[in-house]
Design a protein around this ligand. Structure first.
Ligand SMILES: Cc1ncc(COP(=O)(O)O)c(C=O)c1O
Length: 413
């Protein structure tokens, strides 16, 4: 094998996909695994989206299209964030890509130079770090605090601006994966007040914009002047159960959006036009199904929260948004001398020969996540109940925990 580049050699992949691969391998060997590791939907893609995608393929919309996206889809996307979140966006403010994730790289390439400081509130979505690393920029971690309901604080942005040698960008993510924290309109207005008039730019990652259970979703782009400082990323993966279609869009200043269009031109060329037609139909016709799905997710989150709250050693606050429950299991980790990542792997691999629960250790989201487990609601209700019933049993099997610790590298440090 040829020598890998330093970047590829060090790249850390999103652990949800690694645990997913492990869970699927165990399932292939016959183990019954409840998969609460990946943030995906158990529901089918919304109906108008599916029909429009199929119709577009039948109509041979299967060739290249503009790198920035189909103009009619960009216009529909702009209208949706204008109507729903009060962002003054128009067609020239929107660029299309394969989901929200690619915009992490495009944002950094469009606006951040090597050596620039990038503020990350942590725990954080795992691919932010490798993308910052890919750009040669500097990650500056600031902890999100449970006592602030995991909401970003303007005072941290101010300190970053005043103390970092080259402060340039902030990554915001609300509703927040993995903690379920939701920034209020006031939080965002305070952050905007710090950012306005400076050289700072903001990546506002908003994939869970329709999954807010306490209050309502607010975008920093709706604050005065913020379209000039921010790029917001939206996706069809969560709201319309379309993760496999790989469809998303970003909103920002027309000049930045055009630069991102060039970055797309030189990498992906464009996004599939039939998937864009599907996403456009989702925006235009599938809001009722989306809202019904969101109500079902909300009930799932409540069910999972209540279930986990009943387990000895689990401290669980109801998430204000998202379909994740972020449980504080630090006391259990201390008791069993195991890391939270180790505990997650034990529940999947070793707690039982025939049954397992896949979830993620908080460390998958940075050191600040240590002592937590993240559970998603990606399975039907009865499977969630089975998982919740299994956890106390798994934790009572202290001999199994001890032998797992002896034979693996997951001991508490
Ligand atoms: C915070 C955050 N950003 C981005 C993504 C990626 O979403 P997409 O499927 O649109 O690329 C996810 C998916 O889990 C996420 O949680």
């Amino acid at each position: 094998m040829p020598r890998l580049s330093r970047l590829a050699g060090q790249l850390k992949a999103e652990s949800a996909f690694t645990v997913l691969a492990l869970a699927r391998a165990l399932k292939a060997k016959g183990k019954d695994v409840v998969e609460l590791e990946i943030g995906d939907s158990p529901f089918p893609s919304t109906p108008h989206a599916k029909a429009a995608g199929i119709a577009a393929i039948e109509a041979n919309q299967t060739g290249y299209c503009p790198s920035m996206g189909l103009p009619e889809f960009r216009a529909a996307a702009a209208k949706s964030v204008r109507d729903e979140f009060g962002i003054d966006a128009h067609v020239e403010n929107v660029v299309v890509a394969s989901g929200a994730k690619p915009f992490e790289q495009y944002f950094l390439e469009a606006l951040v130079d090597p050596g620039d400081g990038v503020l990350l509130f942590s725990p954080h979505f795992p691919t932010y770090s490798p993308n910052i690393q890919r750009r040669g920029a500097r990650e500056v971690l600031v902890p999100l605090k449970a006592e602030h309901q995991f909401r970003p604080q303007a005072s941290d942005v101010k300190r970053f601006l005043e103390t970092d040698p080259k402060p340039r960008a902030i990554f915001l993510n609300s509703p927040h994966n993995p903690t379920g924290g939701v920034a209020t309109r006031e939080d965002l207005a305070e952050i905007a007040n710090v950012v306005r008039g400076t050289d700072l730019v903001v990546f506002s990652d908003e994939p869970y914009c329709h999954m807010v259970w306490q209050g309502s979703h607010a975008s920093i782009l709706a604050e005065p002047g913020m379209l000039d400082h921010c790029v917001a990323a939206y996706t069809f993966s969560k709201s319309y159960s379309m993760s496999g279609w790989r469809m998303g869009f970003a909103v920002g200043h027309p000049g930045v959006v055009e630069a991102i269009g060039k970055l797309i031109n030189t990498t992906a060329s464009c996004s599939p036009p039939f998937a864009q037609q599907a996403a456009r139909a989702a925006i235009e016709h599938d809001a009722p199904t989306r809202d019904e799905y969101m109500a079902r997710f909300r009930r799932k989150v409540e069910r999972l929260t209540l279930g986990l709250q009943s387990i000895d050693g689990f401290k669980v606050n109801p998430p204000a948004g998202t379909f994740y429950v972020f449980a504080d299991v630090s006391e259990l980790c201390r008791r069993h001398k195991i890391t939270s990542h180790g505990l997650a792997l034990y529940l999947l691999e070793a707690a039982d020969d025939h049954f397992g629960v896949a979830c993620l250790g908080g460390e998958c989201f940075g050191e600040a996540g240590r002592g937590f487990l993240r559970f998603s609601c990606a399975e039907p209700d009865e499977r969630i109940d089975q998982a919740v019933a299994f956890l106390p049993l798994a934790l009572s099997r202290v001999d199994r925990i001890a032998s797992y610790l002896k034979n693996s590298l997951v001991a508490y440090v």
